[in-house]
Structures are given as C-alpha cells and as structure tokens.
Write a protein that binds this ligand. Structure first.
Ligand SMILES: [Zn+2]
Length: 92
C-alpha cells in the first residue's frame, strides 16, 4: 500500500465524516493537525477520537471491492469506529 498516495483520499473521507459528526471548526482543526502528520511515517489520526481530544491511530485494513469502487477501510482500535475510504485510482 502506498500511504502517501492514498493519504489525500483518506483526508477527504475523514473530513466528510467530521462534517457529519462535528462542525466546520472541527474540520479545520483536524486539517491543521493532519498537516503535521508525516505521511508514511506517523500513523494517521482517528477523527472520532480527535473530536474527543484524544490521539489514536487508524489501522489500514485490506482493500474491499464494492460494486463501483474499491474501498480501503481504516479502523480505530480505540473507539472501534471504521472509516471507508474509496480508492480513486483502483489497482488493476
Ligand atoms: Zn477512534
């Protein structure tokens, strides 16, 4: 898995999740925090835990093939929340 390649799609999906469960200010705070994460080095942060003021890592799961797109689920083992990230450029 190329995490640097997928990171922008992960951010997009997590931002959409935050806007559903929080507000624009939360999304902005998360984006600021996200910029400080070294992609490919640091674990990506769980937005659900972030809203509660905690820093917990997301773990990438295996890619699942949906009807139209491939999806990589990211799981937080702390809060058990799962975030489905569509892959924009599916591997053949
Ligand atoms: Zn979490």
């Amino acid at each position: 898995m190329d995490m640097k390649r997928e990171a922008p799609w992960v951010l997009e999906a997590l931002q959409a999740w935050i806007l559903e469960n929080g507000d624009v200010l939360d999304a902005r705070r998360f984006e600021t925090f996200w910029r400080g994460v070294r992609k490919g080095v640091d674990p990506l942060p769980c937005p659900n835990c972030f809203l509660e003021g905690k820093k917990q890592p997301l773990a990438p799961m295996d890619v699942e093939s949906g009807a139209l797109v491939q999806i990589r689920p990211w799981l937080c083992r702390h809060c058990q929340e799962r975030f489905d990230v569509p892959l924009k450029d599916p591997e053949p």
